[in-house]
Design a protein around this ligand. Structure first.
Ligand code: ATP
Length: 255
């Protein structure tokens, strides 16, 4: 069975077609990358898959199920997690408190449990804390778990965002520009972490502008331009693709 695919996926904003008839297949256990110039529709494509936007037409199929019209929390429950371009973390809370929230998706306690502090609530709080500690260790942030997010480096914030996504127990994670705004050494560290996620059995799909990193880690790349898929293939195929080079104005961006 195909793991995740989009069929004729389209999103219009008024007269603008941000994503235009895109067919894409995400391979399980691989690093799938989406590249393209600014405004090409990459984030919109992610938003359609994760349920933040509804498609104007077309479908998103996850493990055989049409998830095109499901709300984002239901899609997350099915095992689809994502991070955002600007990390949406609470800067004035600790790393641990930010990440604890992720596993809430897998718990059942409600407002009444919270008000009466029921055994179920206490048990589930402990579970969420344990999960958060586990994923913080995975992203190598266990030594800063008590720090406020606002005091972290950009790279640490990126790792915290990964941890938050991982705390939801996903089968696939969508990473929106995971290496934006970090230096080359830190970029290598994040690439290593992405590989480690795949080794753990998680499928990755990422948007990234850092071509060297993409070319090094991606198993497969799709290129969007003005909302349309203009190429799809292995890194070396994409690097040598005329249409892609033209879209990037002479190719300097993908050298
Ligand atoms: N909510 C929205 N309402 C109207 N237009 C939008 C909306 N979101 C995105 N767009 C437009 O859709 C197009 C695609 O935007 P999108 O953010 O998906 O591109 P992108 O490839 O992610 O760009 P970048 O690399 O700069 O993040 C752009 O022209 C953008 O202005």
């Amino acid at each position: 069975m195909i793991f995740l695919e989009t069929r004729n996926l389209t999103k219009r904003f008024g007269g603008l077609v941000a994503v235009n008839n895109v067919d894409f297949t995400i391979e399980q256990g691989k690093i799938n990358a989406i590249i393209g110039p600014n405004g090409a529709g990459k984030s919109t494509f992610f938003n359609l898959i994760s349920g933040f936007h509804r498609p104007s037409s077309g479908q998103v199929i996850f493990k055989g199920q049409d998830i095109s019209t499901l709300p984002s929390n239901k899609i997350a429950e099915l095992g689809v997690a994502r991070t955002f371009q600007t990390t949406n973390l609470f800067e004035q809370s600790t790393v641990l408190d930010n990440v604890i929230v992720g596993h809430r998706l897998r718990t059942k306690s409600n407002l009444a449990d919270a008000i009466f502090r029921t055994p179920r609530l206490k048990r589930e709080e402990a579970q969420c804390r344990e999960k958060a500690m586990e994923v913080l260790e995975f992203v190598e942030l266990n030594n800063v778990s008590d720090k406020l997010v606002g005091s972290l480096t950009q790279e640490e914030k990126k790792r915290t965002a990964f941890a938050l996504a991982l705390a939801t127990d996903p089968e696939i994670v969508f990473l929106d520009e995971p290496a934006a705004g970090v230096n080359p050494d830190e970029t290598d560290g994040l690439a290593e972490l992405i590989n480690k996620m795949v080794d753990k059995g998680i499928t990755v799909c990422l948007i990234e502008h850092k071509m060297q990193m993409i070319m090094k880690i991606a198993d497969k790349i799709m290129v969007l331009n003005y909302g349309e898929k203009i190429a799809e293939g292995l890194p070396e195929e994409i690097r040598n693709n005329e249409t892609v080079i033209k879209a990037y104005l002479g190719g300097s961006a993908i050298a």
